[in-house]
Design a protein around this ligand. Structure first.
Ligand code: GYE
Length: 305
């Protein structure tokens, strides 16, 4: 291998490209599809030797995985950061070892952008803005009450969706009763929604769940409280997984904003270019749509995730 001499990565010319991929977790349907997409694209058939590591939503596990990729002397590191901050030391180490770092999915904060070669992801702020524009279009002027199931605290996906939603809500009379972290999982979405229902009961008109899974967990809590999801409490989510679109088609969710997890091919292309010394863009954003009931019914038969 061209990178075998220094143990410090870089410069696999025509050789198999050694990639370490630190995935942040396995918390959602979106994440399952994202992991599969990257594993397929970074396969041996495509010229890669992939080391995959699932951090189970823990930053310390991701830091340990990236350190071990540096020690192994991979040619490139691909990394989906669970939270935005706290990466400076490990990213500096990668830089000192001459190993390029490519983000997929979530972002790191402004201070650490200098250590990132490129990012392949989605526009989370726009997703939040699209979701909450639907909410203001349907609820503004009615004195409606909203609750929010936020994604993992400190993640760029949650931070940016909250920012985008706030933009859309500006000047509306919609009242945010409560917003809490549901960590992007069904189980925590259900638990947090149970708490909201105990506190606010039938006052709640609309739920913004920052991913499908939390919204799906909330369905159980809403039904158990004797309320009808999609009617008594209208529900808007982000992701557009098969399960999410099915809930829209059934009328249990009212609107879903897409977040495309199929980023593998673009990531593989960026890694190849970077290792070959070809210049790449700093950012590649996937195109995201949004689905009401009719659009969900049309999209479902061909849905890939
Ligand atoms: O929306 C959620 C997952 O970072 C965009 O993470 C991703 C989010 C996605 O757990 O389902």
């Amino acid at each position: 291998s061209a990178s075998g001499t220094s143990g410090a990565g870089g410069g696999a010319k025509g050789d198999t490209i050694k990639v370490g991929f630190s995935q942040e977790g396995a918390e959602s349907g979106w994440r399952t599809a994202n992991t599969k997409s990257l594993q397929e694209a970074l396969s041996a058939d495509n010229g890669f030797k992939l080391t995959f590591s699932d951090a189970q939503q823990k930053q310390e596990n991701q830091i340990a995985a990236i350190r071990s990729f540096i020690t192994q002397g991979v040619d490139a590191i691909v990394f989906a950061p669970v939270v935005e901050t706290g990466w400076t030391d490990v990213l500096k180490q990668a830089k000192q070892a001459g190993i390029p770092v490519i983000l997929e999915d979530r972002d790191v904060d402004a201070d650490d952008q200098q250590y990132i070669t490129s990012r392949v992801g989605d526009d989370f702020e726009k997703e939040g803005e699209t979701a909450c524009t639907w909410i203001t279009d349907n609820f503004n002027g009615k004195g409606a009450n909203m609750v929010v199931l936020e994604g993992t605290a400190g993640s760029s996906a949650a931070n940016d969706r909250t920012t985008g939603c706030a933009k859309a809500m500006q000047g509306s009379d919609i009242n945010i009763l409560d917003q809490q972290d549901g960590n992007f999982t069904r189980a925590q979405g259900k638990t947090v929604m149970e708490g909201f229902l105990q506190k606010y009961g039938e006052k709640i008109n609309v739920l913004f769940a920052q991913n499908d899974d939390m919204g799906l967990g909330a369905l159980d809590a809403i039904k158990a409280a004797g309320l009808t999801p999609g009617k008594d409490i209208q529900i808007v989510t982000v992701d557009g997984t098969h399960d999410g679109l099915t809930a829209v088609a059934n009328g249990e969710f009212n609107y879903v904003v897409e977040c495309n997890p199929l980023l593998g091919d673009q990531v593989a292309k960026v890694v190849k270019d970077v290792v070959a010394g070809t210049s790449v863009d700093k950012l590649y954003l996937a195109k995201d749509e949004a689905f009401d009931q009719a659009a969900a019914k049309t999209a479902l038969p061909d849905r890939k995730y």
